[in-house]
Design a protein around this ligand. Structure first.
Ligand code: ZN
Length: 157
């Protein structure tokens, strides 16, 4: 299976304590869709705009960057490694952005913890990337924990 080695990054200093990160990366590395580029930036922006609207958080600046740095969300913007321009990575980074807005840093939220997984799961399901039963089975097999974090509102299609 084609792979960029690791599907997504988004690591920041406050995410030092992040025991689920390696499990998330390992699981994402098994899905071809999470490990290829080719989706246009405008389409990824639309996807992220929809995700932010679902959770009623501000839309970030969204761009791509050159070089080997992995895709990331830094709280105000999302930037894509060009090899990772796909909807799955967009929703992963959108989930980081949403969690950063919904919880204060002082609350000790883990980078890829239960809250992140809860938002990410809803986004993957609502955007048609994966059915919930398959996602939850895969995450349970990987030992990932999550807390259901449903969207505050779902925009009209
Ligand atoms: Zn991440």
């Amino acid at each position: 299976m084609a792979s960029t080695g690791r599907s997504v990054s988004g690591s920041q200093p406050k995410r030092d304590k992040d025991p689920q990160k390696r499990k998330v990366y390992k699981l994402e590395g098994q899905f071809l869709m999470f490990n290829r580029g080719g989706t246009k930036l405008g389409d990824l922006r639309d996807c992220i705009r929809l995700a932010c609207a679902m959770y009623d958080v501000p839309y970030p600046g969204v761009r791509s960057h050159k070089g080997g740095e992995w895709s990331y969300s830094d709280g105000v913007s999302i930037s894509f490694n060009k090899a990772q321009m796909n909807y799955a990575v967009a929703l992963h980074e959108a989930a980081h952005h949403i969690v950063d807005w919904l919880w204060d840093e002082e609350e000790g939220i883990e980078g890829h913890g239960r809250e992140f997984q809860g938002v990410y799961q809803w986004l993957l399901v609502l955007c048609g990337i994966a059915p919930v039963a398959a996602l939850q089975a895969a995450w349970e097999a990987q030992g990932l924990k999550w807390k259901p974090i449903p969207p505050r509102e779902t925009p009209d299609p």
